[in-house]
Design a protein around this ligand. Structure first.
Ligand SMILES: [Mn+2]
Length: 424
């Protein structure tokens, strides 16, 4: 089932095609003179899978308020439709990451069948122990997996095991655990004892993983706890992943570090010691702003991809984790997907032999110029060609707007104030 008329995409591509062909040929010649085969880059971009979270297709919000947009999906089946539209246009977003209990549904076979019919599969399942649900026996006000009360910890562990069971029905192969546990005041929490309780809980969750599954953990340095968080930084995350063992890997969310932290170096460390699991992409200026990836700091995104590309980027799991407050979420996700693909293509253009030589010779200026030469190449024709070859749109946002999809779903989906999202 296709959500946007393929004829519209074909017509738009027919208009934009001749210009793209000329631009692509020009870029191919330019890269050829540098010894780079454009086709290898285009194929690699076409293979990159960028997962979308179910919570990002609704309007997010801030702690001050939320301004719902028209036609927001009201449940998981409608979220699948929105993700399918994005994938149809980009060719790069074949999977969805679901979240429980937000995406709870009476029959998960129905969800799996709907996804299969739309050509989608399931990324990591996400648990939620950062808020209390109606009817929940014990509260997470003072923590979940690291709570002082073993009964609260057990409840949080069982919720994660339930998420794994749902994931098995859907065909997921990973569980992502983000905890909000931490403290607001010095002295409130014993750092070591809280971390020990967290590790013990995590080991029990890992023991419940089916064969071949991964357990992703995601650090965050503050919020909602404002003095300390249990899994504050990449070092804590690495230690936890090592303690828990083989299936456990670290996720890096770009917004979960203090401003100016060298995220690309963190990525390098985690790769070097075998514990990078993947990414949550977004962008920020101040904190966990969850703005569109690459909207503020595309050079950082490029530098991150330089590390990923060197290690073989296709080994890792990628997902966008954003909150869209004033835009059409589908447009924001299309935009971010292209930014991610752009950073990857640019990173593949780095002359690695020349860079290694400059590094060995301590030629600082040449080394940084080599990176700039790749970053300053306009790889737009590569991205558009990869999209077109996958059946997507050369210009996905104009085609999306022309399709009238948002107007259609605004009619079909009466407003529900409860829908939406936003997580760590
Ligand atoms: Mn995240």
């Amino acid at each position: 089932m296709r959500m946007i008329d393929p004829e519209l995409i074909a017509q738009d591509n027919l208009q934009a095609g001749p210009g793209l062909e000329a631009d692509y040929a020009h870029l191919a010649a330019q890269l050829g003179r540098r010894g780079t085969q454009i086709e290898q880059i285009t194929e690699a971009v076409g293979r990159l899978r960028v997962g979308l979270p179910s919570w990002a297709v609704g309007t997010g919000g801030t702690r001050f308020g939320r301004f719902p947009g028209p036609g927001e999906p009201r449940h998981i089946l409608e979220k699948l439709e929105d993700v399918a539209v994005i994938h149809q246009l980009t060719g790069g977003n074949p999977s969805i990451s679901t979240h429980y209990p937000w995406d709870a549904w009476p029959d998960y076979r129905e969800v799996a069948e709907k996804a299969a019919g739309l050509g989608l599969d399931f990324d990591a399942v996400n648990s939620n122990t950062f808020q209390d649900q109606p009817g929940q026996a014990l509260s997470y006000k003072f923590g979940s997996l690291s709570h002082t009360d073993p009964a609260v910890r057990q409840q949080a562990i069982e919720h994660n095991l339930e998420c794994i069971r749902i994931g098995q029905e859907l065909g997921s192969r990973a569980l992502t655990v983000w905890i909000a546990d931490g403290s607001n005041y010095p002295g409130q929490s014993h750092f070591a004892r809280a971390f020990a309780r967290y590790l013990e809980s995590l080991k029990q969750i890992a023991a419940g993983l089916p064969a071949g599954w991964q357990l992703f953990i995601e650090h965050k340095f503050f919020e909602p706890a404002f003095y300390s968080t249990v899994l504050a930084d990449w070092g804590s995350s690495y230690i936890a992943a090592r303690e828990v063992g083989e299936p456990c890997r670290c996720l890096v969310d770009l917004g979960h570090h203090a401003p100016s932290v060298n995220v690309e170096q963190i990525v390098s460390r985690l790769i070097q010691f075998g514990k990078l699991g993947g990414f949550h992409f977004n962008d920020s200026k101040y904190g966990d702003d969850d703005l569109e990836t690459g909207s503020l700091n595309p050079y950082q995104l490029f530098l991150v991809f330089c590390e990923l590309a060197e290690a073989g980027a296709e080994r890792f799991a990628y997902m966008i984790d954003q909150s869209h407050n004033i835009t059409d979420p589908l447009e924001s996700l299309i935009f971010s997907t292209a930014q991610i693909q752009r950073a990857y293509a640019q990173a593949l253009l780095v002359d690695r032999a020349a860079l290694a030589e400059a590094q060995e010779n301590n030629d600082a200026l040449l080394a940084t110029q080599i990176l700039k030469a790749a970053y300053q190449t306009d790889v737009g024709p590569i991205l558009a060609t990869a999209r077109q070859r996958s059946g997507g749109a050369i210009q996905p946002i104009p085609t999306y707007r022309a399709s009238g999809y948002r107007q259609q779903v605004a009619q079909a989906r009466p407003r529900d104030q409860r829908a939406g999202g936003g997580t760590g």
